[in-house]
Design a protein around this ligand. Structure first.
Ligand code: AGV
Ligand code: CA
Length: 312
């Protein structure tokens, strides 16, 4: 078995596709999945996760935990509804009953338990807000040494993030904006952080070309699944809008299976936790070091994920 990875996601289309892809990586042993109701509604996101493990998990014995965390700044409802669509896909509803179990523990305690149980260090992949990790660190500081690295899709150093809300200046990325305090808490830890920020994913928008490629390979059940999932997301056609979809979480996930897809550099940064810039992560000389993914080999990335999907 490969390296141990725990996934905490927030039920968006690319979160659920990330779960699917992790299950196809030979070099990854998925130890658990937590679902947080940020960019999703909890019930369909948890159900979809269970069904993805059932259908595409190659018999892996995994449980899924639901988070009871709540954010400071709620996601737009239209985006949160996406989880209902994925959960309803016929490809996930062919077989019953659902076998993958939902843990009795809330997601942050589930995370603590999985880390403590493990003999080896664990990689954490967070594709939504960091709230469950912040709570876990607060309740169980002992887990910090057992965390090999955190790969987080979140934040941006760009002047313009993707939050367009009243009372905000637009400098934040949504996962950070949902719970800025949690980001600050994780930044105070000594965990090695690999950040897949908005600038990292700008080279991997969803386009018609990407869709066509998946369509041409749809006789592979796994590729068909990805194509179906992304059918609800607006692609980049003429210009970027606030609803344009990038393969944000999927890029973060891909770096775990194949680190050669991206280039990283060290950035020192601080987190804004209140006021109009809340959720902003700003470069600062005396700040905390993180590894920022600043470039990606676009073609190699799409080849890699499409290849993984063909294995499903
Ligand atoms: O900011 C990117 C994060 C990723 O974790 N999410 C979506 C990804 O799962 C929030 C988000 C930003 N823009 C969005 C988002 C959009 N247009 N639709 C849905 N979610
Ligand atoms: Ca997400």
């Amino acid at each position: 078995m490969g390296k141990k990875v725990y996934l905490n996601h927030d039920g968006g289309v690319d979160d659920l596709v990330s779960l699917f892809l992790l299950l196809q990586m030979d070099e990854v042993e998925l130890t658990g999945v937590g679902v947080i109701p940020a960019d999703c509604y909890l019930e369909p996101a948890v159900h979809a996760s269970q069904k993805i493990v059932d259908r595409f998990g190659h018999g892996q014995d995994l449980d899924v935990a639901t988070s009871n965390s709540r954010g400071k700044n709620p996601f737009p409802k239209e985006w949160r509804l996406h989880a209902f669509f994925v959960d309803a896909l016929p490809i996930l509803n062919e077989y019953r009953p659902i076998k993958t179990v939902v843990s009795k523990l809330p997601a942050h305690r589930h995370l603590i338990q999985k880390i403590r149980e493990s003999k080896e260090q664990m990689t954490l992949l967070f594709t939504g807000p960091l709230t469950d990790l912040a709570r876990a660190l607060d309740e169980a500081p002992d887990i910090e040494d057992k965390i090999e690295q955190l790969v987080w899709m979140g934040g941006t150093f760009l002047e313009q993030g993707n939050v367009q809300e009243p009372e905000h200046d637009g400098t934040a990325e949504w996962n950070a904006f949902w719970d800025p305090e949690a980001v600050a808490c994780v930044w105070r830890s000594k965990i090695a952080i690999n950040l897949v920020a908005l600038e990292s994913t700008n080279k991997v928008p969803l386009t018609h070309e990407v869709r066509d490629r998946w369509a041409s390979l749809r006789t592979h059940t796994g590729v068909d699944f990805i194509g179906q999932c992304y059918a609800i997301c607006p692609p980049l056609v003429h210009f970027q809008t606030n609803s344009t979809y990038f393969l944000w979480d999927v890029l973060a996930t891909a770096t775990i299976g194949n680190s050669k897809l991206v280039k990283k550099r060290t950035v020192y940064s601080v987190v804004h936790t209140s006021g109009p810039s809340q959720g902003r992560i700003e470069a600062a000389k005396e700040g905390r070091p993180i590894q920022l993914v600043y470039d990606v080999d676009r073609e190699a990335f799409f080849d890699y994920i499409t290849g993984l999907a063909q294995k499903a």
